[in-house]
Design a binder for this molecule. Sequence first.
Ligand code: ATP
Length: 310
Amino acid sequence: MTSRKRSPHDFIFKEELGHGSYSTVFKALDKKSPNKIYAIKVCSKKHIIKEAKVKYVTIEKNTMNLLAQKHHAGIIKLYYTFHDEENLYFVLDFAPGGELLSLLHKMGTFNDIWTRHFTAQLIDALEFIHSHGIIHRDLKPENVLLDRDGRLMITDFGAAATIDPSLSGDSAKFNSDSNGSKDNQNCASFVGTAEYVSPELLLYNQCGYGSDIWALGCMIYQFVQGQPPFRGENELKTFEKIVALDYPWGPNNRINNSTSPINPLVINLVQKILVIEVNERISLEQIKRHPYFSKVDWNDKIKIWRGIWQ
Ligand code: ATP
């Protein structure tokens, strides 16, 4: 970070990359070093206040600032924040590969090599996030972006929460919101996305590192099946399926119209993650030792973070 406060005038705004419920994201160049491309998320102050999103924007900024202190390839980095009369600006890493979800839609499903590759990157990035006492709480393929080589980068920390540092391990739970208030209502209020929400949040209003691991399990299932495991006609029906652990396994038949069977090890891994009782759910450390990753050297970060298209 530079000491002088940056401003929108320091950047050349290019095309719109997309928009969310309270923001629009633009590709942008730094006037001082035009070779460096950023994504700038512009949030309208009026809109944020009207839609009561101040809390989420604050959480996003604080969490991304915390994570940006130490670079991790799998996390979208926040470089600068500033504001003018109308907007707040987040200057972020630009992800030219777009959303992982779009790639999955294009492919139908991921083959075994891609599934293992992306999952290993997700695990490494998630470990980094959790090591900072942060629970993402909205992990899903829309919130995972890709660089030009097909390396993934987790983004969208607006629903994140910090865990009480006096608790440790995967059984750690938090019962306050990220603003530090002890208001259980805030935890009880549904955050995240229906299809990826954990049973402990639905059943006990509890949320911990295990909730991100649950979402990871939903994503791995989605990689090999093309859609998330729990999907009802509406949110309530989806929640009912989650707490009943009601999800199907079908053949991975979307590639080349052939009915190639899913690797039994990936099925076994997902079954160990999608466990209702959070204390019985496999931890990230245990996932890394699962036979599905027997050929992955978790210390070889260069190999883990090699792009899929390289
Ligand atoms: P919501 O806020 O409603 O959950 P969102 O998180 O997708 O939606 P934004 O973070 O504003 O909203 O992102 C809008 C879109 O801009 C995303 O869908 C993504 O396609 C694109 N985008 C966001 N960040 C980047 C980035 N760093 N690089 C490239 N594209 C991005």
